[in-house]
Write a protein that binds this ligand. Sequence first.
Ligand SMILES: [Mg+2]
Length: 188
Amino acid sequence: MLASKWMEGPGRMRIGVDICNTIANVNAEILRSYDVSLEVYPFPELPAGFFSTPEGLTLLARAKPLAGAVEVLKNYALHGHEIIYITSRPVIAANITREWLAVHGFPRGSIVFLPRGYKKVFATHYGIGLFFEDDPIEAAGLQEAVGQVYMPAWPYNRNVRERYIQRFTSWKDMQNHSDCHLRLRMVL
Ligand SMILES: [Mg+2]
């Protein structure tokens, strides 16, 4: 259960949401065209800067949402929580990302582009209380800064064992957690 210090005003919370492989199944698109093992992240099989190339940007645009993510995030937003999308995508992907979120029905929210490794600093200063993140390095830093990190399960994060990180296999399972947070709001 989240401590009241993470709540922004009565029952309101700032929720950080990573995009790639947290709400967008970019891995599925990569696997269509590349021989990637998914055991190490970021993938050594892809060249540096790949997602700034036309091919990489097309792949981001084609990714499908992970099932259930829209519903869970909408539920938070409907109850007054602030959603902030925080991604390590290149800034050149800004328009693609904004359109992708809108087309797939994700709740409105700021989109922040940060180099890998900077999410903890941002989350600390912005007062984020809950974060959805698949990257093991980012998540390890974030769990020191925010109340709770929820981590979609992928092979490359299977060995993550941190006190405030909880892995989950399906966004549909997260619906119960979001209901729990919403009940917390009622108590406060
Ligand atoms: Mg990610």
